[in-house]
Write a protein that binds this ligand. Structure first.
Ligand SMILES: [Cu+2]
Length: 512
């Protein structure tokens, strides 16, 4: 008791302050949770487009389980491989600060989990909020092995908008009416473009417009006047997509686990890997409205899946209206033309940070990445050269094509100083001159140097070093991207027949 009667002396203040700080520090940690999950990768019968396939899934679910976490939480996910292929899981968009071993690209940050094997991913979410997703990162397993990763703010931290009661992940995918692994294998053998998908899907279902799919079309019930949050994730393998909801405006509030300055749009354009959060108010006549997605495709003469996937937004009061004789056939949204680049650019150019941020002006490194799909000349025509005019398609960056190691992962090799696995001289610009502002590459764009293994370890910047990176697809746009830091995460960028688009951040690039 006596202690309480003492006059407060400065050291007391200090000790109280220290206690307060320690308490706050500990409290901020105790608020964070650790989520333990087991992902069993397994074959599961899945029927789509009238046929049942033994589909690769996680825990028998397609799409896979949704992870719900908070900023600051840790995840411990044990992956058990019960399929006949090697597998890894990538946590798409997670910065993986100090956790590069948990990033997942096969033979880049880790060796694959072999059939029968397990691997436990451990990482912490650091200053990211919004929508991300996870997917397999070995060959084309990601066609069906994927799910949403939703990051809420820390307990007690507010959203920058009122969080609607209905918070709905919308996973857009591509469905192949054959084993996607075989589709890839065939393309890698022939050198020609891989077969296109047979359907797009919303939360795993193609929707009303495809054969044998009507009954399982995904439906969302809404109250008239209510606002819902749609977390749109493009989990398609290669295809950029347009997305819209008939008669309803969408307000973009976030993308790729970052908030954005809100803007309203009729249509969303979204590249593979990207996520876009939109608010939608059910302010139309009670009824049934399709949400729909289809391709945005600019590559000339390239075949693509030109079908349309749908799900239904159904006003709860619409059932009564239907009884009164009103039509219950949903209204389809007007989607832009497949090659409507103006609409795509009008959409993406509206992205702004919610608050003004200083743009770094001191540039330490200036890199120009030219990415595209080249043609590799074969010495003589044959079954392995079935690309245009007896060539093989070869993705390249700065005219260097990438070959995955088979004996070790690049990062392991880097840490072990095993220089036989990679080279550290990846060029900061293309060896050939290109007009990087030209929309299309005139004629033949040159052959990539094939078979060079590279890693950009020599370019790993220190925290806070500034990079100015100009990314140029030889097929479309030029963008400048500033990065305040690059995590040691390695992100695969798919270079396909279409364009490459990188919206927000660029980590490492590996081409297949
Ligand atoms: Cu990814």
């Amino acid at each position: 008791m006596e202690a309480y009667n003492r006059t407060v002396k400065p050291w007391c203040c200090f000790s109280f302050f220290a206690f307060f700080m320690t308490f706050t520090f500990v409290a901020s940690f105790t608020n964070a949770e650790t989520h333990y999950r087991t992902f069993v990768v397994q074959e599961t019968p899945v029927k789509r487009l009238c046929r049942t396939h033994n589909t690769m899934t996680v825990n028998g679910q397609f799409p896979g389980p949704t992870l719900l976490v908070r900023n600051g939480d840790s995840l411990v996910i044990k992956v058990v491989n019960n399929i006949r292929y090697n597998v890894t899981i990538h946590w798409h968009g997670i910065r993986q600060m100090r956790n590069p071993w948990a990033d997942g690209p096969v033979f880049v940050t880790q060796c694959p989990i072999r059939p029968g094997g397990t691997y436990t991913y451990r990482y912490t979410i650091e200053n990211q909020e919004g929508t991300l997703w996870w997917h397999a990162h070995s060959q084309w397993l990601r066609a069906t092995v994927y799910g949403a990763l939703i990051i809420y703010p820390k307990l007690g931290s507010p959203f920058p908008f009122t969080l609607p009661k209905q918070d709905i992940p919308i996973l857009l995918g591509e469905w192949f009416d054959r084993n996607p692994m075989d589709v890839l294998k065939l393309a890698q053998f022939t050198g020609a473009a891989p077969n296109v998908s047979d359907a797009y899907t919303i939360n795993g279902q193609p929707g009303d417009l495809y054969r044998c799919s009507k009954k399982e079309t995904v439906k969302f019930s809404v109250d008239a006047g209510e606002t819902i949050l749609l977390r749109i994730i493009n989990a398609a393998l290669n295809q950029e997509l347009f997305f819209a909801v008939a008669n309803h405006k969408l307000t973009v509030v976030g993308a790729d686990a970052a908030y954005t300055k809100p803007f309203t749009t009729n249509v969303v354009e979204i590249g593979p890997g990207q996520t876009t959060n939109v608010l939608m108010t059910a302010d139309q006549r009670p009824g049934r409205y399709y949400m729909a997605a289809r391709a945005y495709q600019t590559a000339q003469n390239a075949t693509f899946d030109n079908t349309t996937t749908t799900a239904i937004i159904e006003y709860k009061s619409a059932a009564c209206h239907a009884k009164k004789g009103a039509s219950s056939i949903p209204i389809l949204p007007m989607l832009p033309a497949f090659n409507d680049t103006n609409t795509a650019i009008a959409f993406t150019s509206q992205f702004r940070s919610p608050s003004q941020r200083p743009v770094p002006t001191k540039i330490d490194h200036n890199l120009i990445f030219t990415m595209g799909l080249g043609l590799f000349n074969c010495s003589r025509p044959g079954p392995r050269c079935q690309g245009p005019n007896g060539t093989r398609f070869t993705a390249s960056m700065n005219n260097v094509s990438f070959v995955l190691p088979t004996r070790n992962s690049i990062m392991q090799a880097y840490y072990q100083g095993n220089l036989g696995i990679f080279t550290a001289n990846f060029p900061g610009r293309s060896s050939r001159g290109y007009s990087i502002t030209q929309a299309m590459c005139p004629g033949h764009c040159g052959n990539p140097v094939q078979g060079l293994r590279f890693t950009s370890c020599n370019l790993v910047p220190q925290y806070n070093s500034y990079f100015k990176v100009q990314v140029s697809s030889r097929l479309r746009t030029t963008r400048c991207i500033f990065m305040d830091t690059i995590s040691s995460s390695l992100e695969q960028v798919s270079v396909t027949l279409t364009q490459v688009k990188i919206r927000q951040h660029l980590t490492f690039l590996t081409l297949r």
